[in-house]
Design a binder for this molecule. Structure first.
Ligand SMILES: Nc1ncnc2c1ncn2[C@@H]1O[C@H](COP(=O)(O)OP(=O)(O)OP(=O)(O)O)[C@@H](O)[C@H]1O
Length: 490
């Protein structure tokens, strides 16, 4: 029959309209099952919940209540199917799933029933009386300071619900309701699903039972100052290199050197406002890895943008030197006064003279709106992590031994000289020591590094460093929230 009176349709038009009507009448949404009839004997509070579930996980975990033995919803993953439905809540008791009674079923039997269900899935639940409380700031982000793989974690309640992450990943914390297991998602992944991660408290409390970082090699593996060299920072602006080194130290900060248990650090996005100093760039790495070379290249590439500090020394000025150029020359009593007043980032002593990098020298570079490149021992990084400096830490890592042997064949260890004042070439033991020292640094201080550059090919490393530092000026970064909240600028 024609839909339009007075208009006659061809057979083809009629069959088209017929086909349309058939298609239009069809129900494409998943059909919810009829509700079970046998509800009369149940408690008043019983609730029948029907969800339509696609291939994505339900986004809920269950557990057995220790006291009642009932199967209850342990967790609802934020943004998951169950959460979006708003019908199932943590603490709800599960009586049936798709008509299958949960009573006397083990968790191992229940989980596949829920996981394998697709389309309409019916739950018979007794609502729990858990009052939902928003215990977390609306948007909280953390930087993970350790690697985590739920498949290797025997304590996670549900491995499938776990979130894998690596050191340095930025995670958005969605729920801290459970004291042991937080819910989080990767903030760099679009539409990422929430997963379980160990809470800070839980991770800290079990840190001894978890796989520990590799045992630290003997203390000398971490020495960053060679027994016959001067620290890079103290000799950078010196035209003539030193042949002996001072002992290294730094005591300006009130903080101690204790390494915190590295779990998560709350972070916030940061874009340098026009009135703020550039972030201090700290370069860390084992001796001989190439930090001095990279620093020099950067300063040469753009002297308006990058600069280094002028070290202080108590040794007498030489004829060719100018105060404030190679060194800032100060009398010993003044150096020691500054030292006890924590005015030095690092300092050392050689041949009865003191050398050091002062906080004032760092500030002087930053105040000229230049990026200050400072190489420090890794433990000094902890002291420099302040709202004032907002340091960005670049770890320069040696390539594997075989690459060191080939790339450094002609290189000279600048910080070492023989009796004749000649720089020496790298020996096999220098490479070994560099690699050992790097391993120790990573194990102990790796959580402090914002960027790792493997200095294999020097030209490539330089370009990578340059690109990284440019991004600091142009792109938003994550910095510790404490740096933005604290007003306690030293
Ligand atoms: N990727 C590289 N390939 C080849 N040679 C390199 C590379 N990086 C650095 N070098 C060379 O290795 C030597 C040591 O480099 P540099 O002085 O920069 O190291 P450093 O880390 O500052 O050492 P130190 O802590 O002893 O001062 C130099 O001769 C440098 O030119």
């Amino acid at each position: 029959m024609s839909m339009f009176p007075g208009v006659s349709l061809t057979a083809l038009q009629q069959s088209l309209l017929f086909a349309h009507d058939v298609v239009a009448r069809k129900q494409y949404d998943p059909v919810l099952l009829p509700l079970p009839q046998d509800l009369s004997g149940e408690q008043d509070s019983v609730k029948i919940v029907q969800l339509v579930k696609s291939k994505e996980p339900l986004g809920a975990t269950v557990k057995r209540d220790e006291h009642t033995g009932a199967i209850v919803v342990a967790r609802i993953m934020k943004g998951g199917c169950a959460d979006r439905s708003g019908l199932i809540h943590e603490g709800d008791e599960l009586r049936e799933v798709n008509g299958i009674p949960m009573e006397n079923k083990s968790l191992d039997e229940i989980i596949p029933i829920m996981a394998q269900s697709q389309g309409a899935i019916t739950f018979k639940v007794i609502p729990g009386n858990k009052v939902e409380m928003e215990t977390i700031k609306p948007k909280m982000f953390v930087r993970s300071l350790f690697d985590y793989n739920p498949n290797e974690d025997a304590e996670i309640p549900c491995k499938e619900a776990g979130l894998t992450f690596t050191k340095g990943d930025i995670l958005q914390i969605l729920s801290q309701d459970d004291t042991s297991w937080w819910q989080a998602k990767h903030c760099s992944v679009l539409n990422a699903r929430a997963g379980l991660i160990p809470s800070r408290q839980f991770q800290e409390s079990r840190r001894f039972s978890l796989k520990r970082p590799p045992a630290l090699p003997p203390a000398q593996a971490l020495r960053n100052c060679r027994s016959s060299s001067l620290r890079r920072s103290f000799r950078l602006s010196s035209r003539r290199r030193k042949t002996r080194r001072p002992t290294c130290g730094g005591q300006w900060s009130k903080h101690n050197d204790a390494v915190e248990v590295a779990t998560y650090e709350e972070v916030v996005p940061y874009h340098r406002p026009p009135w703020a100093w550039p972030r201090l760039v700290l370069l860390v790495g084992p001796s001989g890895v190439g930090i001095n070379e990279l620093k020099k290249k950067l300063v040469l590439s753009d002297p308006q943008r990058y600069d280094v500090t002028v070290p202080h020394t108590t040794r007498p000025k030489k004829a060719h030197e100018s105060d404030g150029v190679e060194y800032t020359f100060i009398p010993k009593y003044l150096f020691l006064t500054e030292l006890v007043n924590n005015k030095f980032v690092e300092y050392g002593e050689y041949g009865g003279h003191f050398y050091g990098t002062s906080l004032a020298a760092v500030r002087s570079v930053l105040a000229r709106n230049k990026v200050c490149l400072l190489d420090v021992q890794p433990q000094t990084v902890i002291h420099l992590r302040t709202p004032e400096f907002k340091p960005f830490v670049v770890y320069v890592k040696p390539p594997p031994l075989e690459h060191l042997r080939t790339t450094r064949r002609k290189a000279k260890l600048q910080s070492w000289r023989d009796e004749m004042g000649q720089m020496k070439t790298f020996l096999e033991e220098d490479f070994q020591e560099m690699v050992e020292s790097a391993k120790a640094m990573e194990a102990m201080y790796g959580y402090l590094f914002d960027k790792v550059i493997v200095n294999d090919d020097l030209a490539e490393s330089f370009l990578e460093l340059q690109a990284t530092l440019r991004k600091l000026e142009t792109e938003e970064q994550w910095i510790p929230a404490a740096w933005m909240i604290s007003r306690n600028i030293q």
